[in-house]
Design a protein around this ligand. Structure first.
Ligand code: HEC
Length: 407
């Protein structure tokens, strides 16, 4: 062996290794940034970069600006000016676990007059809650909590994203206006999670869209693939060629005609409508891949079961499908991830039940303010695809080469 061959190998692989390392860094750094930001407070996200979590130098007091603007005139700089309502008293702050409770209180009258002169703040629940959340954080801070610190990380963004804004008047009187029994508390938590403006509800909607939309086309494609591969009927190759050709039709072309058709049938914004749409556009590729896989299974095995008297139905369920599990799995992952991340189709065909991707877009407020919530929301939305991908990546790689290698 030549003494330098080891070094030769090292240097000849160097460019490839460098490119791989570069790609990893380009991927991981922004993801890490979003991940860390998702645990930081609104104020911290707004004022400093995520890398500052490593240097606990400056302290940003969250909510001071909002508190000074709306509350300091009566309650004083430190919240303790009014003896009857000392906002720096931990016992009082504990009575306001969430900002909508605070909003309900501010709407009540004090001594026969409105609580605040500036009633405009309280009129629009959504913007009121947005202002009151930092005020509450400030009250927690001055009452001895540790939320004001720059380095304080919390799960609050995730909680806020999950339940969304609960702005309706009904909700405030039912759930934050004082009902304290265990059953109302439970009812309210369920209501929180099922709030149509939150990510929790959107998560359920996404599951309800994704699972059938992934399973239905795969089942149909398996049937069709078996027929194309192992049954003789006239025009088999022509129909298959047509199906392969259908793949080039862009999905956007079908949006308007199908939306109209659904409107005529009274199917707009139904889950069935979106399942059918994804099935239609998933089928050509699914049939193509499955046919190639099933066609490459050994012919002798099929011939021997036919000779034993098996019909197509048993041959499909007992032989073809079990042998095609790798193809089914890789197709399933593809279809699952593609539909989970779909925005366009869900936005158009499922307006009343927003899925995760659509809900994230809804969470962005017009002023681009609450992106601390978006970071949490983004992580909530890609948790499941990440788990699916990591646990099934063997099949995923096989799926990438599946269509190409098998003739
Ligand atoms: C116009 C003056 C005024 C403003 C502005 C004002 N408050 Fe008050 N607040 C009061 C008064 C008066 C009381 C009653 C004090 C008492 O009961 O002795 C009170 C009571 C409270 C209480 C105590 C309720 C309880 O549980 O007993 C809280 C909490 C509170 N205010 C929060 C706020 C917050 C938060 C803001 C800013 C968004 C605010 N207030 C703005 C005057 C004001």
């Amino acid at each position: 062996m030549k003494p330098f061959s080891k070094w030769n190998r090292f240097f000849s692989r160097l460019p490839l290794n460098l490119i791989v390392i570069f790609l990893c860094v380009v991927w991981i750094v922004p993801t890490l940034g979003v991940f860390i930001s998702s645990f930081r407070s609104r104020e911290a996200v707004r004022t400093t970069g995520w890398w500052n979590v490593l240097t606990p130098a400056s302290r940003v007091i969250e909510g001071k600006a909002e508190y000074d603007q709306y509350c300091a005139s009566c309650h004083g700089e430190n919240g303790d000016l009014l003896p009857g309502a000392d906002l720096s008293d931990p016992a009082l702050v504990a009575g306001y676990p969430r900002s909508n409770r605070l909003l309900a209180m501010l709407r009540q009258e004090i001594d026969g007059g409105p609580h605040m002169e500036d009633q405009a703040l309280l009129e629009d629940p959504k913007s009121a809650l947005e202002t009151l959340a930092p005020v509450l954080a400030y009250m927690e801070g001055i009452s001895g909590g540790d939320t004001g610190s720059e380095t304080a990380l919390s799960l609050r963004n995730y909680a806020d994203a999950l339940v969304g804004y609960k702005g309706t008047q009904d909700y405030l009187t039912d759930c934050e206006g004082g009902g304290e029994s265990a059953s109302t508390k439970f009812e309210c938590s369920v209501k929180d999670l099922l709030n149509p403006e939150g990510m929790g509800r959107a998560f359920l909607n996404t599951l309800a869209v994704t699972i059938p939309s992934a399973l239905i086309p795969i089942l149909f494609a398996a049937f069709a693939a078996y027929a194309f591969a192992w049954m003789d009927f006239p025009g088999r190759m022509w129909i298959f060629a047509l199906l392969v050709g259908l793949q080039i039709i862009p999905l956007q072309m079908a949006l308007v005609p199908i939306a109209r058709m659904y409107a005529d049938l009274g199917m707009q914004s139904t889950f069935i409508g979106i399942w059918l749409f994804h099935t239609g556009f998933g089928l050509p590729y699914a049939i193509y891949l499955m046919r190639n896989f099933m066609g490459s299974l050994p012919r002798e095995v099929f011939e021997s079961v036919y000779i034993d008297g098996a019909n197509h139905w048993t041959a499909f369920w007992q032989l073809a499908l079990p042998l095609s599990i790798p193809a089914v799995a890789s197709l399933g992952i593809y279809q699952f991830i593609w539909i989970w991340n779909d925005f366009l189709v869900a936005k158009i065909f499922l307006t009343t039940n927003p899925v995760l991707t659509v809900q994230i877009a809804n969470l962005i407020d017009p002023r681009g303010g609450n992106w601390h919530i978006l970071t949490g929301a983004a992580f909530l939305s890609f948790l499941v695809p990440m788990i699916v991908f990591l646990s099934l990546q063997r099949f995923f790689v096989r799926g990438l080469t599946g269509g190409a290698v098998k003739g």
